[in-house]
Design a protein around this ligand. Structure first.
Ligand code: C2E
Ligand code: CA
Ligand code: CA
Length: 698
């Protein structure tokens, strides 16, 4: 038996006889609970609390008209009873929302349960339909609001529905007739075929198909989508219709491509970057191995690019790089690769030059020269006309030489050779360069071991004043080589510098010197006003950590940096003058002072002096050497001394070996000296003895 829901029925009847009669009629209907009341007021209260499913009300009630109960808040049907047949009243009751009406009689009242049942059934139906309609509206609203294309097609493939995003994407209007349109018409032909031969069969077989397809909008625009095709079956299991959802993935794809691009291309020039170069070089190398057709690798470095960057700013530097990239591309064939390694370094791979090695080399030279010429063409930046040149190193790609890393290293070595030979030239890699490189690498390894195994040692050369009294010392590094004995820095500093090891070694120098000074101080050998002069190399000085490392060393030694003098050469600072001055100021702020070493050599110019925050200058040994015999050197030193005294700079004369030199210098106004005449550089213990002697002499 079907379960019947329970109903609460409210009867509003002031005639007790009628109420009695109706109540009895409902008694047999166990699923109906009748509440009876005689007045409107009570009825209203009951409606509020009991929420009836049906109201049966007499028209005339002591406190008003039964029609006042129509359309209660909760919403339920109402049957109105009249005592006599009155068409007008009935019609107006129905119009105001009554579900039905009866004219009271024995029979109509007795059959009220049936009437009620019918009304309740009808009401339920109406409610269900309303709910279904609402649900449908909600679903449609969702479909219409989603940004994906959604459509429904019948078994013949014709559309029966397409949502707003779909219409928008494909480009047709809201009211356009879609019944003659098939979705496959909107795919690009190949993908239309894919849907027919793959998508639909799969959706029929497995219920769903997914894939990437390209739609073609009415205006011809191609839209890449991720598409889902679903078959829908009825209760008998027959396919009734298809639906599809397609998401525009063009942005996603573009973003993916951008990521891919960034990984393999240089954004500034659009050239392949290091990663892409590695791939292409691998390809070229294996091609050479297969076909024995030689190629070449060109390492191209712009000359003096740093100068452009520093003097004209990075945007100008960027423009130059872009122009150069274009010229490089313009000088090459389509199969050749040009890549940017970083900074102002470019790599060119020349492919399939010749099977004959001599011919291949001569082709490579021709092309490299052509590239060099293209780069050397005048380069305009606004009103400025620049002349840029490049140094080019070439390594040939042959069956014997076909390791990518080696090739790059060889070309790099050759490029450095081109720089050393005066720039703006082409150099081929040769075996002798390679043995140089090998030697260099060996030395690097040995030096690494030297630091690890504490083979470095600090020597100290005293600084003296006019009376020959010690006023400090310069620290000078030595390498205590296990086989070769004491090695002077001239033999290994270049390698420390080019390999970058100088940063670590320089740090060790500071640590050692500071510790030594602390010890001498503790023993009363080192006067508070003594200067400790430490040499600082360009690479070390330009290292980002330099200031911080130094500071840490000071803190480790528990001292302020008073009387620490850093000796720098103009080489150190000339490359990046403004930056260097900032850094110097920062250190000066922490109590360091600076000495300009090797003054008179290299770039040295007196005009520089007044811009640099230095306290001391050291006149290079080369000038001191001949001072007694060479009037030119004498005049030079005289003017340096005059100017320096004028600027308040202390001057140290280096390399004083003879008494005459010392006396002449003193006469010219010099006040500080260093040299074999006073003392050679001393080992730590010898320096200690020296300090002890001087102390007891004083
Ligand atoms: P420098 O700074 O010009 O140091 C002076 C050099 O002249 C020292 O050579 C010293 O031994 C030598 N010398 C001193 N008095 C005389 C003299 O009367 N006659 C002659 N002929 N030579 C004299 P050294 O020790 O071989 O150092 C060479 C260079 O190595 C130094 O030149 C300095 O630039 C560099 N250097 C030394 N130690 C370090 C260090 O710890 N760090 C860095 N970055 N460079 C250092
Ligand atoms: Ca020095
Ligand atoms: Ca010097």
């Amino acid at each position: 038996m079907r379960h019947q829901p329970d109903y609460n029925i409210l009867l509003v009847e002031d005639n007790p006889g009628h109420a009695e009669l109706i109540d009895r009629a409902f008694q047999t209907e166990s699923h109906c609970h009748l509440m009876v009341t005689a007045t409107l007021e009570q009825a209203r209260r009951l409606i509020d609390v009991a929420n009836p499913d049906l109201i049966i009300t007499d028209l005339k009630l002591p406190d008003g008209h039964g029609t006042e109960l129509l359309n209660p808040a909760g919403g339920c049907p109402t049957i109105v009873m009249t005592s006599f047949s009155d068409e007008k009243i009935a019609v107006s009751a129905m119009k105001s929302g009554a579900a039905d009406y009866i004219v009271k009689s024995q029979e109509t009242m007795a059959s009220l349960p049936r009437t009620a049942s019918r009304i309740l059934r009808e009401w339920r139906l109406v409610l269900d339909q309303k709910l279904a309609r609402e649900r449908q509206q909600r679903l449609t609203a969702i479909l219409e609001a989603t940004p994906d294309l959604i459509c429904i097609a019948n078994l013949d493939g014709f559309l029966t529905y397409i949502n707003q995003s779909g219409r928008f994407l494909l480009g047709f209007g809201k009211n356009e007739d879609i019944s003659r349109i098939r979705l496959a018409d909107f795919h690009d032909p190949a993908d239309g075929q894919k849907i027919l031969s793959e998508g639909i069969p799969c959706a029929m077989r497995e219920g769903i198909w997914t894939g990437e397809t390209t739609f073609q909008a009415l205006d011809g625009e191609q839209i890449l989508t991720s598409q889902v095709l679903i078959s829908h079956r009825n209760q008998q299991g027959e396919i009734e219709f298809f639906s599809t959802i397609a998401r525009d993935i063009r942005h996603l794809r573009a973003a993916e491509e951008q990521v891919e691009y960034l990984a393999y291309y240089d954004t500034l020039t659009g050239l392949p970057n290091r990663n892409e170069l590695a791939k292409r070089l691998e390809m070229e190398v294996s091609r050479v191995r297969r076909h024995k057709n030689h190629g070449a690798l060109l390492f191209i470095d712009l000359d003096n690019f740093k100068y452009i960057n520093d003097s004209m700013g990075h945007p100008a530097g960027d423009q130059v790089l872009q122009q150069m990239a274009q010229r490089l591309r313009g000088s090459l064939r389509g199969d050749d690769t040009v890549a940017r390694l970083g900074g102002d370094e470019f790599i060119v791979i020349l492919s399939g030059l010749s099977e004959n090695p001599v011919e291949a080399v001569s082709h490579a030279r021709e092309i490299a020269t052509k590239i060099g010429n293209a780069i050397a063409l005048e380069c305009r930046l606004g009103d400025v006309e620049l002349h840029i040149t490049a140094s080019i190193g070439i390594s040939m790609i042959t069956v014997e030489h076909s390791d990518s890393d080696d090739l790059l290293r060889f070309a790099d070595t050759a490029m450095y050779q081109a720089k050393r030979e005066g720039r703006n030239r082409v150099e081929f890699f040769s075996e002798s360069m390679s043995s140089n490189v090998t030697r260099q690498l060996e030395l690097e390894n040995q030096l690494r071991r030297a630091l690890r195994e504490k083979q470095f040692e600090l020597y100290y050369q005293p600084l003296v004043d006019n009376d020959g009294r010690a006023v400090g010392a310069e620290t000078l590094i030595r390498w205590n080589h296990p086989d070769r004995g004491l090695v002077a820095p001239g033999e290994f500093l270049d390698v420390l510098e080019s390999s970058g090891q100088i940063v670590e070694v320089g740090d060790w120098v500071f640590a050692t010197a500071l510790a030594q000074m602390t010890e001498w101080r503790g023993r009363g050998l080192w006067q508070p006003e003594f200067m400790l002069c430490v040499n600082v190399s360009p690479r070390q000085f330009n290292d980002r950590q330099f200031t911080e490392n130094f500071h840490n060393r000071l803190e480790g030694a528990g001292m302020a940096s008073q009387n620490i003098v850093m000796e720098v050469t103009e080489h150190n600072i000339i490359d990046n003058l403004d930056d260097a001055i900032l850094r110097m100021r920062e250190l000066i702020h922490r109590g360091v002072s600076f000495s300009l070493d090797d003054f008179g050599t290299g770039y040295s110019s007196l005009s520089h002096l007044k811009n640099l925050p230095v306290d001391h200058i050291k006149i290079d040994r080369a000038f001191v050497k001949d001072i007694c015999h060479n009037p030119g050197d004498q005049a030079m030193i005289a003017s340096i001394l005059t100017l320096s005294n004028h600027l308040g700079l202390k001057v140290v004369a280096e390399g004083v070996e003879e008494r005459e030199q010392f006396e002449l210098l003193r006469k010219l106004g010099c006040r500080y000296y260093q040299g074999y005449y006073f003392s050679r550089p001393l080992s730590c213990s010898a320096m200690t003895d020296f300090l002890v002697d001087r102390k007891s002499a004083a």
